[in-house]
Design a binder for this molecule. Structure first.
Ligand SMILES: Nc1ncnc2c1ncn2[C@@H]1O[C@H](COP(=O)(O)OP(=O)(O)OP(=O)(O)O)[C@@H](O)[C@H]1O
Ligand SMILES: [Mg+2]
Length: 213
């Protein structure tokens, strides 16, 4: 179980705390969906949880053991809101093989197929892909990496409805093996995933779920 207790975060140039005492428990089989208006700090929360930004106060623990940001970078994988800022490989194939040097072409093609990218050229530069394709490539990379905690920042943004449904289907399948934390402008798309929260004025509030719809 991943737990946040009284996490406070203020970016360097920010006059006040962006995250102001965040409490959250995330468990296997119980994906978390966090909604919030633009600028409320959703991406910042993802960065803090995954150890990319350092909270000024509070504890983030895994199975009741507090973890440093460095330990959380190992524990967590992130599908970023703007994945193009984070690609390192010169080609799609290189990107998929980071950390999996011997990954066969068949396995690369298979994981790309899972995210609906069967038609792309493995030799293409990741930055040349469309925004939606880049997001799916970022998801494919995390499907290979299989982090215990998978954070997804606006995973459905810029996807057309058929691809969006594919991505939602993939996420539904992951929920028992990975702890999923999804931040989104479109919480209604995740109606069959369980716990929903709203990030507002630095705090997280649970919102009622409508599982039937
Ligand atoms: N490193 C930083 N330094 C200064 N201000 C920052 C920093 N990071 C984020 N902010 C500010 O914090 C606020 C929240 O940013 P964040 O990107 O976390 O919001 P968000 O909820 O993800 O927004 P969106 O829905 O548009 O993606 C913004 O006003 C942003 O300008
Ligand atoms: Mg954001």
């Amino acid at each position: 179980m991943l737990q946040l207790s009284q996490v406070h975060y203020r970016p360097a140039a920010c006059p006040k705390d962006l995250l102001n005492g965040i409490n959250l428990k995330a468990e296997f089989g119980n994906p978390i969906v966090i909604a919030g208006a633009s600028g409320e700090g959703k991406t910042s929360l993802v960065e803090v949880i995954s150890g990319l930004s350092k909270a000024q106060k509070g504890i983030i623990s895994w199975n009741n053991k507090a973890l440093s940001p460095r330990q959380r970078r190992w524990l967590c994988g992130v599908v970023f809101q703007f994945p193009e800022r984070h690609f390192l490989g010169l080609t799609v194939s290189q990107e998929l093989r980071l950390g999996h040097r011997r990954l066969s072409t068949e396995k690369q093609t298979l994981v790309l197929k899972k995210v609906g990218l069967s038609d792309i050229d493995l030799r293409q530069a990741p930055e040349k892909l469309s925004g939606g394709q880049q997001r799916r490539l970022a998801l494919a990379i995390q499907l290979l990496r299989k982090p215990k905690v998978l954070l997804l920042d606006e995973p459905t943004a810029g996807l057309d409805w058929s691809v969006r449904n594919e991505v939602l289907g993939i996420l539904n399948k992951l929920t028992n093996d990975q702890i999923l934390i999804i931040v989104t402008h479109e919480p209604e798309l995740f109606h069959n995933l369980s716990s929903k929260y709203l990030l507002k004025e630095g705090s997280l509030k649970a919102t009622p779920t409508s599982k039937k719809s």
